[in-house]
Design a protein around this ligand. Structure first.
Ligand SMILES: Nc1nc2c(ncn2[C@@H]2O[C@H](COP(=O)(O)OP(=O)(O)OP(=O)(O)O)[C@@H](O)[C@H]2O)c(=O)[nH]1
Length: 533
């Protein structure tokens, strides 16, 4: 057998044990199925069976709690047979507790989805029992005949007998004992053919009651005694109570006081037992309902707490998200501030650089050249280095301007700057001192080296006229040189002496280099191309 088949068999064993009245064994088997089979349908069927057994064993509280669980699970119970069983036993359970409206609802539910092989016989029988106990039937109610027809058509004689016995009780309640006897006689063969302890007892007691009402004390007595004889010792039930009542009344009528007292005592015991049972069932139902309500309230409380927790979590998440958003915004703001600061810094640097440079030639302007030269000389002095200051002034530049125009003059200034740069090293300083005058500070350069560079520049100018659309514009420059070796590191002095040398170069005929010398007659006019010794 497969695992499923083994559990199915275990459930059937439980059912059989229950049917036999072996409730202890049935309890074990059914609980095993409920706890371990893992089969939802079997679990539902076994639970319904267990609940019915509990009811039969007067374990009402457990039975009602199980009933509540089963009814709560009903919407999820899809299997038709399992659902049918649950409804059947639950309806019976609620009827026992006097909850007739609920019991009727479940009995009617049974008819809505009949499982294969089932008819409306059982649900109708259940409904008739409920309606009868709720005093909602008369002997002419159509439900009775409809139920009997359904059960006869379905071949369910036990259930037909149940309905007939209900009808018989109604005849007795309505004061029609002759009809009750006639009906009992009519159904007696069926009851005998399908013996059920409860039906037999019901039939005997109802017969006793009917004969008593008709005044046939002998037959009433005999029927009641037959019911007692068939009962189990210690049984407490409503039929025995009714049987003792008939016996008591007959004995009393016969003025048999001791028998009457004896039967009355039995009657009282049965009646008390019955009443106790009824109140136990009602109480158990109430307790189960209260527990369910308490559980519901607890569940609602937990669910409310869960909702609060969920809301708190959502709030915390939102707070984190908002925090992240703020951080992101802050970072973005910071990034844009940094970006703008960098841009500002860049343009500041650009403007600063622009402010240091000469707009036409791109070399240092006068002011920057002087400040840089000062700084460099200061450093050089500490290192005991040497430098040469070279002043260059274009010759007759006014004339060039006048002859060729101011634009050509500008182009020549740029051309001059380009030529001057050629022999310079990276750390040499070069600036435009104004108009057509340029200054160069040759760093790390001895007097002779400076002179050689100055010659080189002058020669380059002479040899490289400005080319303007094929027109060669010749030009020259006069150059004055001063060296730290003879003039010291003071810029002012250096400038003065370089300027003096330049002046001498101009005065001695231009296009030449003159070096400042410390001798009394330092001026030596150098012819173009000749170096100052
Ligand atoms: N094109 C142009 N001319 C300028 C600029 N700055 C000054 N000049 C001109 O340069 C000329 C300088 O003339 P001067 O100081 O008389 O000197 P020079 O004509 O070179 O004569 P010497 O220096 O004695 O040889 C003036 O005509 C100025 O207008 C400039 O940026 N561009």
């Amino acid at each position: 057998m497969s695992a499923h088949e083994r559990w199915q068999l275990r459930y059937l064993d439980g059912w059989e044990a229950s049917f036999r009245g072996d409730y202890a064994n049935a309890d074990t088997l059914l609980r095993d199925v409920i706890g371990h089979s893992g089969d939802a349908v079997l679990v539902t069927k076994a639970s319904a069976m267990l609940m019915n057994d509990m009811g039969s064993n007067k374990r009402y509280e457990e039975a009602f709690e199980l009933a509540n669980r089963l009814t709560a699970d009903l919407p999820r119970t899809q299997d038709k047979l399992a659902r049918f069983l649950v409804l059947f036993y639950v309806s019976q359970q609620f009827r026992r507790a006097g909850q007739y409206d609920l019991a009727a609802v479940y009995a009617r539910d049974m008819m809505q989805a009949l499982p294969p092989g089932e008819t409306s016989c059982k649900p109708q029988t259940m409904l008739i029992s409920v309606l009868y106990e709720n005093h909602k039937l008369t002997s002419s109610s159509p439900e009775l005949q409809q139920g009997i027809d359904a059960c006869q058509a379905a071949g369910e004689p036990v259930y037909s007998d149940t309905i007939w016995l209900v009808q018989d009780s109604i005849y007795l309640d309505e004061g029609q004992p002759d009809k009750a006897i006639a009906l009992l006689n009519r159904i007696a063969p069926s009851i005998r053919a399908n013996p059920s302890y409860y039906h037999m007892q019901d039939a005997r007691v109802q017969l006793a009651q009917a004969y008593w009402k008709l005044g046939d004390d002998g037959k009433a007595n005999a029927a009641a005694l037959a019911a007692l004889a068939a009962s189990h010792p210690g049984d407490i039930d409503v039929t025995l109570r009714d049987a003792y009542e008939v016996l008591y009344r007959v004995a009393k009528k016969r003025r048999n006081a001791s028998a009457a007292l004896n039967y009355y005592e039995h009657y009282a015991v049965q009646n008390l037992g019955h009443l106790n049972d009824v109140s136990a069932r009602t109480l158990a139902y109430d307790v189960a309902q209260q527990r369910m309500l308490a559980q519901k309230l607890e569940t609602e409380k937990l669910s409310r707490q869960n909702n609060i927790l969920r809301l708190q979590q959502t709030l915390a998440r939102k707070t984190i998200e908002t925090g992240r958003l703020y951080i992101a915004l802050l970072l973005m703001a910071l990034a844009s501030v940094i970006f703008w600061l960098l841009r500002i810094k860049r343009s500041q640097l650009h403007f600063k650089r622009q402010a240091r440079l000469d707009g036409l030639t791109g070399i240092f302007n006068h002011q920057h050249f002087i400040s840089e030269a000062q700084r460099a000389l200061h450093l050089l002095e500490r290192r005991q280095g040497a430098a040469c200051l070279v002043f260059i002034d274009l010759d007759h530049f006014k004339q060039i301007n006048d002859t060729h125009g101011h634009a050509i003059g500008d182009a020549l200034l740029k051309h001059t700057a380009g030529l001057c740069k050629q022999p310079l090293r990276a750390n040499d300083l070069f600036g435009r001192l104004g108009g057509e005058e340029f200054g160069i500070l040759l760093l790390g350069c001895l007097h002779d080296q400076g002179l050689a560079i100055a010659h080189c520049i002058r020669a380059a100018m002479e040899a490289t006229p400005l080319d303007m659309d094929g027109r060669a514009i010749a030009f020259s420059a006069s150059i004055g040189v001063a060296s730290t070796q003879s003039s010291g590191f003071g810029l002012q002095r250096l400038c003065r002496e370089a300027d003096g040398a330049l002046y001498k170069a101009k005065r001695s005929g231009r296009n030449r280099v003159v070096a400042h010398t410390a001798h009394e007659d330092p001026i030596k006019h150098l012819q173009p191309g000749n170096a100052d010794p």
